[in-house]
Design a protein around this ligand. Structure first.
Ligand code: ASP
Length: 334
């Protein structure tokens, strides 16, 4: 059947296309199957072209891979109504966030999906997730999104919350962009289409994310500064608080800022927004130079910092990060 809608399927790996073989651990198989041939109903949604970009378990995904994926999307998106990106679930939220910041200018949907069980299993979630992804790719949703378990999330607000359950993703601080049931209900906070800009592949991967815990030795972070770390994301307590008495983190934040290494603070609580003025632990961090990450996921904060630093070739990196984290051009923060 010929449809007037055209979708590009970009394959990067993940469980969805892995093959089950006895009790052998799952690993990416060569893409030998015709996914569209196995799910012919996809042809009722659109004419589909397929490109195999990568065949990785997503735990092997690297920032360089994000750039390759973003470049492919940028090159092809004008030729299709939408793009479906099959990806492993483990780091899907990182790739989705990186793509959102690398491609802030898209006018068409880029829908990521994967599955918790391979397509070749009888009780697999791959079929539903794929059908949902292809349907969403035909809708006016010009965002990098993740569709999973009948919900569509803004990619840079999503996080993997369940390693085994089918409802694997959450978007703790931003409601879903759509609910997929008998019909598809779109929410009204979907971004408007943006004008296409030139593709900028610059990224700085020498960034560290640290989850704070009582007892964290600040000298470990000072050591990282000596090893040329370029940016730090601290997953702080509650509203963005850090220790200020024993093992205080304030001197580290001060020293990083003096070395022009931005320190971004997000919360380790799933439902939270950082308010560095709420407690002394946050306000001292702010005085030392810490930059609040609002209610961003740590995946979004980390990838945004990497991309901001990659692009900040001249001038102060701290100022570039302050400026970048003061706005949310792709809806990454409330
Ligand atoms: N380890 C797999 C991956 O991220 C898990 C999955 O796809 O669900 O590639």
């Amino acid at each position: 059947m010929l449809c007037s809608v055209r979708i590009l399927l970009l394959h990067t790996g993940g469980t969805l296309m892995m093959r089950t073989s006895g009790s052998t651990p799952l690993k990416p198989a060569r893409y030998t199957r015709d996914l569209v041939g196995e799910l012919p109903m996809l042809n009722k949604i659109a004419d589909i072209d397929t490109e195999i970009l990568l065949q990785l378990d997503s735990s092997d995904m690297q920032p360089e891979n994000w750039i390759d994926i973003a470049r492919a999307v940028h090159e092809h998106i004008a030729d299709y109504d939408g793009i479906v990106l099959v990806h492993g679930t483990d780091t899907m939220a990182y790739t989705a966030s990186a793509l959102a910041f690398l491609l802030p200018d898209i006018a068409r949907p880029v829908v990521m999906t994967g599955s918790q069980r391979p397509l070749d299993r009888i009780r697999s979630d791959a079929r539903t997730n794929l059908v949902d992804a292809f349907q969403i790719a035909t809708r006016p949703i010009p965002e990098v999104s993740i569709v999973f378990a009948s919900k569509l999330f803004r990619g840079c607000r999503a996080t993997k919350r369940d390693a085994w359950g089918l409802d694997a993703f959450a978007s703790p601080n931003c409601p879903p962009l759509a609910q997929l049931g008998v019909g598809i209900e779109l929410a009204d906070h979907i971004l408007a289409p943006r004008d296409r800009a030139a593709f900028d592949p610059r990224i700085e991967a020498r960034v560290l994310a640290v989850r704070l815990f009582p007892g964290l030795d600040p000298s470990l972070l000072l050591g990282a500064l000596d090893r040329d770390v370029r940016g730090i994301v601290i997953k702080a307590f509650g509203a963005g608080n850090v220790p200020t008495i024993e093992r205080s983190l304030i001197p580290v934040i001060q020293s990083a800022t003096e070395k022009d290494v931005p320190v971004v603070v997000v919360s380790q609580c799933l439902h939270a927004h950082v308010d560095l003025k709420a407690y002394a632990g946050g306000s001292e961090a702010m005085k030392a130079g810490a930059i609040g990450g609002g209610d961003m996921t740590d995946e979004a904060a980390l990838t945004k910092l990497m991309i901001t630093l990659g692009r900040a070739t001249a001038g102060s990196h701290v100022q570039a990060a302050q400026k970048a984290f003061a706005t949310a051009p792709v809806g990454e923060m409330s």
